[in-house]
Design a protein around this ligand. Structure first.
Ligand SMILES: Cc1cc2nc3c(=O)[nH]c(=O)nc-3n(C[C@H](O)[C@H](O)[C@H](O)COP(=O)(O)O)c2cc1C
Length: 257
């Protein structure tokens, strides 16, 4: 069993490589109780600010897993900041033994930090499919491995923390703005994993109390009408979905309403 979360398709693309049954975390979170039993159980999700997304942590903390082999694979864009090693405490407190924790570098979809068009040029050197094949082989032999935090990654993480983009400053405040290009199609409401968005008078209305900033609404908007309100984007005209993942798959994975 693999439980996955994806905002723009990278993690779903990765999860599909591991030949396991796939379950979407936003869909599983609708269930009142979550008890899972399988020989191997995995989590595949993006890295947000050098960490597991809050939705994924909630899922891990509030589900029961009965398995001989629990693994995590995170997709990230540029720096994982030693996420695997740094989360040892979280998993100890959650009472969840992790057998394998690895990361795979893919396109970085963080709009305030990167221009997606520039990111696309870096794709070939990331050798995504080769890395996924290596991880797949590890999982097949139930390898035990927790990715260590290299000094360079720790330094990067510490440096980021000192000058961090303050995403939390926009929690409960208008994080996004919607331009006149909006045609009220409602795709944003269907890709949001938290059901934060509704359409009123032909325009999206956000409930920011639950939004954790995954950017799926911004990237999926066919009109490029949604953008950051408080933060400046590197390229407001560049949006992303993994080229081998359909919009319908993101909707099926995330839709709440
Ligand atoms: C809010 C947010 C924060 C992110 N933080 C990081 C980060 O700290 N380091 C990094 O390398 N990539 C970061 N990224 C990039 C994603 O981890 C990366 O593009 C991931 O593969 C996206 O997967 P998905 O398409 O399955 O959502 C961030 C993306 C978002 C939206």
């Amino acid at each position: 069993m693999i439980f996955y979360f994806t905002s723009t398709g990278n993690s779903l693309y990765a999860a599909k490589h591991f030949d396991e049954e796939l379950y979407s975390i936003p869909q599983e979170m609708k269930k009142e109780s979550r008890n899972y039993k399988a020989e191997k159980i995995g989590i595949v999700c993006p890295l947000f600010e050098f960490d597991l997304p809050s939705l994924v942590k909630d899922f891990i903390l509030n589900s029961q897993f009965e398995t001989d082999y629990f693994y995590i694979v995170m997709t990230y864009g540029m720096h994982h900041g030693g996420c695997a090693a740094r989360n040892a405490d979280f998993f100890d407190k959650a009472g969840r033994h992790v057998d394998y924790f690895n990361t795979v570098k893919m396109l970085d979809n963080a709009l305030p930090v990167f221009d997606i068009e520039e990111q696309k040029k870096l794709d070939p050197e990331k050798k995504v499919d080769e890395h996924l094949a290596m991880i797949k082989a590890d999982l097949e032999e139930k390898k035990h491995y927790i990715q260590p935090a290299a000094k360079e990654e720790i330094d990067f993480y510490e440096g980021y923390k000192a000058n961090a983009i303050d995403y939390s400053a926009s929690v409960n405040k208008p994080r996004y703005k919607v331009s006149d290009k909006c045609i009220g199609c409602g795709i944003c409401t269907r890709v949001c994993p938290m059901g934060c968005i509704s359409i009123a008078e032909g325009r999206p209305v956000y409930d920011y109390t639950r939004c954790f900033g995954c950017m799926s609404c911004i990237h999926a908007c066919p009109q490029k009408a949604i953008g950051y309100a408080a933060l400046k984007e590197k390229n407001p005209d560049a949006r992303y979905r993994h080229p081998q993942i359909e919009l319908a798959e993101i909707i099926r994975s995330n839709k709440q309403i």
